[in-house]
Design a protein around this ligand. Structure first.
Ligand SMILES: C[S@@+](CC[C@H](N)C(=O)[O-])C[C@H]1O[C@@H](n2cnc3c(N)ncnc32)[C@H](O)[C@@H]1O
Ligand SMILES: [Zn+2]
Length: 379
């Protein structure tokens, strides 16, 4: 008897499935689907819309597609998507993906396979314009194959959900998986994204490939990066120039981006902790962000807000200041984010909100100035 399937409508796409789990790896007879990360998938669709606007028609290879939520949405909602290849080692997941493709009348542009992700990536005849890597936990095991499956100027989309490693609970696990130490600071979501980009820069450089980040975010425990891959030894060298460390003082909250390690805090003399090597360059490309905003459907409200914040913070330095954390240290109530930004701008500094946290700011002002501004605003 034909199994009764549940139908989710996400964006303009119908997703059909049964027996799904979202908070653990599936067992026999189950598939993975996380209904709570619609915004993360909206952002994927938006990124592909921007890619289509700037670079034209594209092929997509989703190496760990699950029941196809992401790739189906891109195939259905982005006109420039000519072919979407969905691969997953789970037969059941791919079976649901096929049924959803039929229900959305896009089966003619979809291709389904059941291989190991790396086998799928390496054996595909033509290189893809866009490659999607969305595993359980760390994407590190799949990166080498992903770089080999992408064409020059193509885009790699990568998720990391091993947050205890990426966000600094297990620093040495991050070193093993990302070739850089993480650090559990109040801005660790940005460190997570920068570690993912750092590993990508190193993996690409081995193959004479440079990377250019287009958009990055951290939403609901998903560190996501999207970057362009560009062939050329010089570009790979340039990319490596963007690697370094974030130094941090847990005592006075001083931080600094640096090419090397240093012993003590220049403000209070405490010892400095560090994260890295990681990516110190830009997290987003302004042109690309503009294309995302131009093509953003009305109903992608949360996604749009995240992209708007990306535009605000695009030229500001690494790390952000979490105002409630600073105020807790100062033992004072927290002023409005907008007021702190306004005051810093009045003083001649650059300052903006950040997509990483609603109660934080990015600024080129030193921590001392930020504390003074906060103290002045709180009577
Ligand atoms: C996080 S889920 C993917 C979710 C999907 N991208 C989405 O948006 O709903 C990870 C998927 O990877 C698949 N998987 C795990 N290891 C794999 C491997 N070595 N090769 C191919 N698929 C694999 C699992 O079956 C699972 O469906
Ligand atoms: Zn200090």
């Amino acid at each position: 008897m034909e199994q009764e399937l549940e139908e989710f409508l996400e964006g303009r796409t119908k997703l059909l499935l049964a027996n799904y789990v979202w908070d653990r790896a599936p067992r026999a007879g189950e598939v993975f689907f996380n209904p709570f990360i619609k915004t993360v998938r909206d952002l994927s669709v938006l990124v592909c819309k921007a890619y289509g606007k700037l670079y034209g028609k594209f092929t997509l290879g989703d190496a760990l597609a699950g029941m196809g939520a992401r790739a189906l949405r891109v195939a259905n909602e982005v006109n420039e998507c000519e072919e979407a290849h969905m691969n997953d080692k789970s037969y059941l997941a791919i079976d649901y993906a096929k049924r959803s493709a039929s229900a959305n009348k896009i089966i003619n542009k979809c291709v389904f396979t059941n291989y190991d992700a790396c086998y799928f990536l390496i054996n595909h005849e033509d290189r893809f314009d866009i490659v999607e890597i969305d595993p359980f936990g760390s994407p590190s095991p799949y990166l080498d194959c992903a770089f080999k499956a992408i064409r020059d100027e193509g885009m790699l989309c990568i998720t990391g959900t091993d947050v205890t490693a990426l966000c600094g609970v297990y620093r040495r696990v991050a070193l093993r998986r990302y070739f850089g130490y993480s650090l559990n600071t109040e801005f660790n979501h940005e460190i997570a994204v920068r570690l993912l980009l750092g590993l990508s820069a190193l993996m690409g450089a081995r193959l004479d490939l440079g990377i250019e980040p287009l958009f990055s975010h951290f939403t609901r425990n998903h560190a996501r990066i999207y970057f362009k891959v560009i062939r050329g030894a010089n570009l790979a060298d340039q990319t490596l120039n963007s690697l370094g460390y974030i130094l941090y003082c847990f005592n006075c909250l001083y931080r600094e981006s640096s090419k090397g390690l240093k012993g003590s805090c220049p403000i209070c003399g405490s010892s400095l902790s560090f994260a890295g090597p990681l990516w110190l360059g830009k997290l987003h490309d302004e042109n690309f962000i503009d294309a995302m905003l131009e093509r953003c459907p009305q109903e992608f409200k949360d996604a749009k807000n995240i992209v708007k914040r990306a535009k605000e913070e695009v030229n500001l330095p690494a790390s952000y200041y979490k105002l409630d954390y600073i105020c807790k240290k100062l033992k004072i109530p927290c002023p409005k984010v907008s007021k702190v930004i306004e005051e810093l701008i009045k003083l001649g500094y650059r300052a903006s909100r950040t997509l990483f946290d609603g109660n934080s700011i990015k600024s080129d002002a030193p921590i001392k100035v930020i504390k003074d501004v906060i103290l002045k605003l709180v009577p």
